[in-house]
Design a protein around this ligand. Sequence first.
Ligand SMILES: Cc1ncc(COP(=O)(O)O)c(C=O)c1O
Length: 410
Amino acid sequence: MKKDGSRELTREAALRMDLDDPLAAFRDGFAPMRDGALYMDGNSLGRQPEATAARVAEVLAKWRDEMIIAWREWIGVPRRIGDAIAEGIVDARPGEIVVGDSTSVNLYKAAAAAVTAQPGRHVLLTSDDNFPTDLYMLQSLAAQHSLQLKVLPADPVEGLDVDVLRGALDGDVALLALSHVAYRSGALLDMTVITRMAHDCGALVLWDVSHSAGSVRVPLESSGADLAVGCTYKYLNGGPGSPSFVYVRTAQQQRLRQPLWGWFGHREQFAMGNAYEPAEGIDSFLVGIPSILSTVGIEPGVRGVAEAGIDRLQGKGQQLTDLIIALADEWLAPHGFTVASPRIAKHRGSHVTLKHPRAKEFVRALIKEGVTPDFRPPDMIRIGPAPIYTRFVDVWDAMRCLRDLTATIR
Ligand SMILES: Cc1ncc(COP(=O)(O)O)c(C=O)c1O
């Protein structure tokens, strides 16, 4: 801090913040970056924990040595990792989360379970800053069940306004499905307030927590949320294509029946009966055989994030993104960049979006320089510093690289 209370934006100040960072040691738990490369895309695909290769190798060895006998151990993996996510990552109880399938498929299962439990209600409600696959899944559900899908306009920077939502909630809404942190702007919605508003109208609520699990507190239990889905390959560092998780509140598990009746969701799958009977509890949200190699790959990432602690990660994420915004204001605004993420730290997740008409060229050039953010059409650069492994000086260096590129890309 400078004497006038404003932030000191020097590289030395960033290095000092790293020295004071209680999470600094967690960075060593990740495979090192090559040649000083800077990774700013933790919100798309997290980095590789050092322990992942050994964990996957252990399972490969078991497969080689024990073959099908090893299934005795593997069969419990989706539940065990689900419980670890419930305990250490999002506020949920054991037996409320299971891992398997993609986020798209879990979203479909969860949304379909919700609308089937709400006969006589005809509206699915969402917002236009929900992730495209979520919108597509809701479109397909609406078409199949003759429901109306209402897509509310969200503010492109601040996210969905509660007054806009209030105006759309009525006794015909079966399900409200929203992203907790918006994938473009990073706007973080108030899960507690919104869930309560929807429940007051008798609607069920389904949250996509893909961009919040591992970066901010996700109050599933205390908010009263009915259902949630989330990716494990972003801030949980589970690896490319690692399976997603689905949450169903205990109080809703008896009532909510997902539509894909596979043998892994059967009460007694190895009895091989011809008639489907759903398993008790969260197991009924399983469908087919879990992909064990990529499912065990989630364990080290989840363990690391749980050890670091969500509150500390959220606090550091706010500081990292504050630094991005301060540097963007100071260095990039004069070159036509605007900040398209909430400026109040507690209203955003752990990424910041910058807009520029030539965003695509900037991202290409950054990648050539060894800095990896991502591009979202038509004009957005998303910078996602994962608080578990990103240093303040990494953010400073990445932003300086972007500033230097303004000399050539105008
Ligand atoms: C918010 C959100 N939901 C869902 C998905 C996609 O999930 P999947 O490809 O696992 O179905 C993504 C992918 O980035 C996402 O950001």
